[in-house]
Design a binder for this molecule. Structure first.
Ligand code: AHR
Length: 509
């Protein structure tokens, strides 16, 4: 034991002193879980300009569109290989009455989106528009049902409308232009029912869940995967109660974890930056704690954990409508995305889906739009670079990179790594330091790399300015992936030098 400790300490000190970290990549480890593609899922809510302007502009818009969907967005989203999209909320879901969003558009009621800015919602984007969007892009839809202000009958009929081949709901759907049912797997039974979804206790919601879920039926071979509203962040009691009271008829339990920062997306100093990184990676511990509770009640892991909302949350940009949650997106967001995804890739024994908030124009968005202009954010590029991990087999990595402390005392890791194996091995690495490069020696169990290629995402300039790099309207592109060449192979190793504040994905064969 003493020798092991001594060896470990020597490894850590050695790593720190030499400024170089050794990462053992165990590509031969047997029986590793697959990283489900759904770990790379997204979320789109009727909030601000996510749906309207972001995804949907309507067929008559001067903005180039495919049947009403923005063409530039469709093309960009295709590249990401988005596996699953959660809709229509969020808090909006528990105020949404789906029948408002079907039938001729001129007859659809105009309602007030009371949760998000009091904006008028004309319901021109409804069930057909959402499910057709998913179908066009090969995305699995994840419907979030109304439990807070809707009825059991309403949710039950929504499922029937979307998935039954015949009967009154199927006839209604056909009359609205869609004869064949859609495949809908994921159905969320409420959202944040401890808060905006009805302010319920965990005990009360457990019973409500069972009641609503009972009447979400499987029609004509469509098999539903039912998701119960889960905890926020550190609310372990919610998970405990749900797991003890609802064990049957539940496929997944959700969890929400946001990384909030002071000020706006581009307003931060080094201390704010490292604090934010520290808070973002705390999701590792939060996941472990929820997973440990789930293990107690469900040791065979029949119920999945879904982190169906996560991402950065800053003060919204000046001049935008209050409650619309529009924020810019910098290399800081890219770092949060990369380090979070590296963590999620290692939790897939229980964690089967995550949905970043949100796809476009809201919170940590992939895409920002303004009239006919579109901006791909640094977060977009991380999701594109990391999509190689989707459905690949997880490869364990072992390293002791050490930690640092922000000026105000928050601990954050000096390096973040994950790996997976498909046709090739992919290793994704992130160096959060604003000023120090990191040299990493990857050592494989048995592979002697014969071909290595890589991509890097890094900001413009130096220090904190590089971390503030972002892309903006008017053609400002400060962050875009580029080919990465700063590595050397020798025997079973690849030595890589990561510049400060960079994200790198290597493909190793
Ligand atoms: O993503 C924005 C909001 O954050 C969602 O509507 C809600 O579920 C969460 O509080």
């Amino acid at each position: 034991m003493r020798r092991t400790l001594t060896t470990l300490l020597a490894a850590i000190i050695g790593a720190t002193l030499s400024g170089q970290v050794k990462v053992s990549v165990h590509e031969t480890a047997p029986d590793q879980p697959v990283i489900p593609k759904e770990i790379y899922g997204q979320f789109a809510e009727h909030l601000g300009r996510c749906i309207y302007d972001g995804i949907w502009v309507g067929e008559d818009s001067p903005i180039p569109n495919i049947n009403g969907y923005r063409k530039d967005l469709v093309e960009a989203i295709r590249e990401l290989k988005v596996p699953v999209l959660r809709w229509p909320g969020g808090c909006f879901a528990d105020e949404y009455h789906w029948m408002d969003g079907i039938g001729p558009k001129k007859d659809r009621p105009r309602i007030i989106n009371t949760h998000w800015g009091g904006t008028l919602e004309d319901n021109s984007f409804g069930t057909h528009e959402f499910l057709n969007f998913c179908e066009m892009l090969g995305i699995e839809p994840y419907i979030s049902g109304n439990v807070g202000s809707g009825t059991v009958e309403e949710l039950s009929k929504w499922v029937e409308y979307m998935t039954a081949k015949e009967g009154v709901m199927a006839e209604k759907r056909a009359a609205n232009g869609r004869k064949e049912p859609w495949n809908v797997k994921y159905i969320g039974v409420g959202n944040e029912n401890w808060g905006c979804g009805g302010n319920m206790t965990a005990e009360y919601y457990s019973d409500v869940y069972k009641r609503y879920a009972t009447y979400c039926r499987n029609y004509d071979g469509n098999k539903l995967y039912k998701v119960a509203c889960g905890a926020s962040d550190y609310d372990y009691n919610w998970t405990r109660v749900l797991m003890s009271k609802v064990r049957n008829g539940l496929s997944g339990l959700s969890l929400h974890y946001y990384t909030g920062g002071q000020g706006r997306a581009l307003e931060f100093d080094e201390d704010n930056y490292y604090n934010l990184i520290g808070k973002a990676v705390e999701v590792d511990e939060v996941l472990k704690n929820h997973e440990a509770i789930m293990d107690l009640y469900d040791p065979q892991r029949k119920i999945d954990l879904l982190l169906d909302e996560w991402g950065t949350w800053f003060a919204q940009e000046p001049g935008t409508i209050p409650g619309h949650l529009f924020q810019q997106n910098s290399m800081r967001d890219a770092m949060v995305a990369a380090m979070s995804l590296n963590i999620f890739n290692k939790h897939t024994a229980r964690l089967k889906m995550t949905n970043i908030a949100q796809m476009v124009n809201v919170l940590q968005a992939m895409i920002l739009t303004k009239d006919a202009e579109v901006v791909l954010t640094p977060t977009y590029h991380v999701f594109r670079m990391y999509n190689v991990h989707q459905d690949a087999v997880s490869v364990p990595v072992a390293y002791s990179a050490g930690t640092s402390v922000s000026p105000s005392g928050r601990i954050y890791p000096e390096l973040s790594v994950s790996a997976s194996k498909a046709d090739a091995i992919h290793v994704s690495l992130a160096n959060p330091s604003v000023d120090k490069p990191k040299t990493v020696e990857l050592e494989f169990d048995s592979l002697k790399p014969s071909k290595v290629t890589g991509e890097i995402l890094v900001g413009k300039g130096k220090g904190i300015d590089a971390v503030k790099s972002h892309n903006d309207f008017g053609g400002q592109v400060q962050v875009a992936p580029a080919a990465f060449k700063d590595f050397k192979t020798s025997g079973k190793t690849v030595k890589v030098t990561l510049p400060p504040a960079s994200v790198v994905v290597l493909e190793v064969k």
